[in-house]
Design a protein around this ligand. Structure first.
Ligand SMILES: CC(C)(COP(=O)(O)OP(=O)(O)OC[C@H]1O[C@@H](n2cnc3c(N)ncnc32)[C@H](O)[C@@H]1OP(=O)(O)O)[C@@H](O)C(=O)NCCC(=O)NCCS
Length: 193
């Protein structure tokens, strides 16, 4: 049996060097060696457009400096993890953020940066693995996310994980669809396990 440290720094049990295992992926803590992929993904205009985010415009050395001082740092409002294939290839990241302990809710986000892995079920497996860990180890009642209204692949992925549409949002000229997965719906989806 694996020994878990029952630390709940941000309301979620930390994984302390272990992995969260899905069917096609595993989730692990972020590490410095992720920096090259993360940089490549953040300077990619196609990825930033899908994420409604500005494309990163800094040199790799400046990015590395900032990255190395932040990687592994504990943050009460964020729980970031890397997504790996079962043979250890880093293909993306997922994060639980905007953690609000008082409201027992948080936002989740995901990016499969390696485009060879789009549309093959890796995203849904990673998101479900993240959601399962959060609901199994925290008292959170609601997880939510937002996605651009035209990002149909993302919406299909999140629907497969049990998220349903809860509203719309216009911000900074973008139109988003809001989706949520409440704890009771997650429990129903697990067939009462
Ligand atoms: C969004 C993302 C996480 C989804 O992960 P993924 O591994 O590609 O998704 P999955 O394969 O699990 O599910 C996608 C589903 O949408 C379907 N799909 C793919 N392209 C589609 C499209 N243009 N329209 C409708 N459905 C589409 C896939 O066939 C799949 O459904 P299926 O399992 O029934 O075949 C990933 O594609 C990604 O990170 N993309 C780049 C960044 C991004 O869009 N981020 C989202 C920000 S909210």
């Amino acid at each position: 049996m694996k020994l878990w440290k029952h630390t709940k720094f941000n309301g979620i049990k930390s994984i302390n060097g272990n992995t969260l295992n899905g069917k096609k992926i595993r989730l692990r803590e972020k590490k410095l060696a992720d920096v090259r992929n993360d940089y490549q993904w953040q300077i990619d205009p196609e990825l930033s457009e899908l994420d409604a985010a500005p494309t990163l415009d800094v040199s790799f050395s400046a990015y590395l400096l900032d990255y190395s001082s932040n990687v592994g740092r504990k943050d009460r409002r964020r729980f970031p993890l890397a997504i790996e294939t079962l043979d250890g290839k880093h293909i993306g990241n997922c994060t639980c953020y905007d953690i609000n302990i008082g409201k027992a809710e948080a936002q989740v986000g995901i990016m499969i940066g390696d485009k060879d892995f789009w549309g093959k079920g890796y995203g849904a497996d990673a998101m479900s693995t993240l959601v399962d860990h959060i609901y199994k180890t925290s008292d959170f009642k609601r997880l939510y996310l937002k996605t651009l209204d035209w990002n149909k692949r993302a919406q299909k992925c999140f629907s497969k994980c049990g998220f349903t549409i809860s509203g719309t949002l216009r911000r900074d000229g973008y139109s988003f669809l809001l989706m949520e997965l409440k704890r009771e719906e997650w429990e129903k989806g697990r067939g009462g396990q």
